[in-house]
Design a protein around this ligand. Structure first.
Ligand code: GDP
Length: 357
């Protein structure tokens, strides 16, 4: 998961580590013992006076290389980075984010947050200078990803029953599988669920959702292929009302944002069925394309949130980072595999931990 994202970040980490080393070793005469280093703080590019000497023993100094001394020197010291120090590292970071399919405004926001985190703040240098880069990027990503937080469980709990949830998206991205996963998620939490086979357009779509309904032991409301999807969803809601069911999960035909007829039909379905929640489904592996589709669907029929599937197969991470920011709507769940339990409720900390590895 997110392998290429992690690899691409190495340029940023290396560049920042090099800069930190330059700044901290600049104060060190080659043959001075570390005990005297505090006195050298007046030199340009100096480490801060809070630097703690690490070796105060009186024994003759064993022969150690410059690199070893430098490492010992910067251990447990502090550094303050200027905007100029960050020019190269931040450029590396922005390139890495863009190459990972992070949308441009989101990459800029992350870079800005990293800069704010680093410029002018005292940073402790541990044994690994890469920690500073990791820490700053982690909080920047968390900041960007936490902008649209939303609790799906609370929403379902508090909403009038039956709660109507409509799923839209393009074909093949995992929409039907995600409906089944959400059905199982809700069932596990004690809700009764009805499925509506609202994809009356694609041959085989009704059979596909029927298989999920059988496996999950759920009632499915269906009409014939070619029928009116809004009528199917209406019937499912009537069934739910008559049988005191909690939630209706409605499929719709997959459509391309460029197919004006189908997009118009989707608007009509939304108008007629008046869902409590409209969920856009797309696949993380589509990267920027998924983000762009989310933006266009959101313009056509305001979505309430996204399920991003196939994050288990996504090396880049860009769509997971960008999609909520670009649509202004939360990511609700991440699909992390093909089985029903492979659905993770979105949690910025969980995602950042996986992105940073
Ligand atoms: P739909 O056409 O959008 O309804 O897509 P489907 O639900 O039929 O899914 C298309 C394919 O993607 C199927 O083979 C699913 O098993 C697979 N799929 C769905 N979600 C995930 C996921 O989160 N991870 C992986 N690896 N595969 C998924």
């Amino acid at each position: 998961m997110f392998k290429s994202f992690k690899e691409k970040l190495s340029g940023f980490k290396d560049s920042l580590s090099t800069k930190i080393r330059e700044k901290t070793t600049a104060v060190k005469p080659v043959n001075a013992s570390p005990a005297k280093e505090g006195a050298a703080a007046s030199q340009p590019e100096a480490i801060q006076p809070t630097a703690k000497p690490t070796n105060e023993g009186t024994k003759p100094e064993p022969k150690i290389s410059f690199a070893q001394k430098a490492r010992a020197l910067i251990f447990e010291q502090e550094v303050i980075l200027s905007e100029k120090d960050l020019t190269n590292p931040l450029w590396e970071l922005e390139m890495a984010l863009l190459e990972s399919d992070v949308a441009l405004p989101v990459a800029e926001e992350v870079v800005k947050a990293v800069k704010e985190e680093l410029v002018g703040h005292k940073k402790k240098i541990g044994a690994d200078t890469g920690d500073i880069a990791e820490g700053a990027l982690k909080s920047a990503l968390l900041k960007v990803l936490s902008k649209n937080s939303f609790d799906f469980d609370e929403f379902v709990r508090d909403r009038e029953k039956p709660t109507k949830i409509l799923f839209v998206g393009v074909n093949g991205t995992g929409k039907t599988t995600s409906i089944a996963k959400v059905a199982r998620y809700l069932k596990d939490r004690g809700y009764s669920v009805v499925l509506a086979a609202g994809d009356t357009f694609r041959a085989g779509a009704i059979e596909q959702i029927e298989i999920h309904a059988q496996k999950l032991d759920l009632k499915l409301i269906k009409h014939k292929t070619g029928g009116d999807p809004a009528a199917v969803i209406f019937d499912a809601v009537e069934y739910a009302k008559a049988h005191n069911k909690d939630v209706v999960l409605a499929d719709t035909a997959g459509r391309l944002h460029t197919n004006i007829n189908l997009m118009d039909q989707m608007r009509k379905i939304v108008r007629v069925t008046d869902p409590d929640m409209l969920i856009f489904v797309d696949e993380a592996i589509a990267g920027n394309d998924a983000v762009e589709r989310a933006r266009l669907f959101n313009e056509a029929v305001p979505i309430d949130g996204t399920i991003l599937t196939k994050t288990d197969a996504d090396a880049k991470g860009g769509s997971a980072i960008s999609i909520a920011y670009i649509t202004g709507k939360p990511v609700l769940f991440l699909g992390v595999g093909q089985d029903y339990p492979d659905l993770v409720k979105f949690d910025a900390n969980w995602l950042v931990d996986r992105l940073m590895g």
